[in-house]
Design a binder for this molecule. Structure first.
Ligand code: ZN
Length: 85
């Protein structure tokens, strides 16, 4: 079943809709405006929980990139532990 995410440009409400034969929903389920935008997401067919987890992992990946070299950080940690003993 092709599920896609849509966002209403009128009220910014985001919702999932089943799209059959490439026919998008005609109106926002919240405010019934017809100005809908289909969100382009590789996670469109997964659950909201999976998408949230994927977003979290991207945050962690960005955090690791901020440290440039995670191994170097770990070596610093080991050196610090040796200093303590
Ligand atoms: Zn709306």
């Amino acid at each position: 079943m092709p599920l896609f995410d849509f966002r209403c440009r009128a009220c910014s409400h985001e919702f999932e809709a089943l799209v059959l034969k490439d026919t998008p929903p005609s109106e926002c389920p919240k405010c019934h405006a017809g100005d809908l935008e289909r969100l382009l997401s590789v996670f469109a067919s997964t659950s909201r929980e999976q998408r949230r987890a994927a977003a979290d992992s991207q945050v962690h990946k960005a955090a690791r990139q901020a440290h440039k070299d995670n191994a170097a950080v770990e070596r610093e940690g080991e050196a610090h532990r040796r200093e303590e003993h």
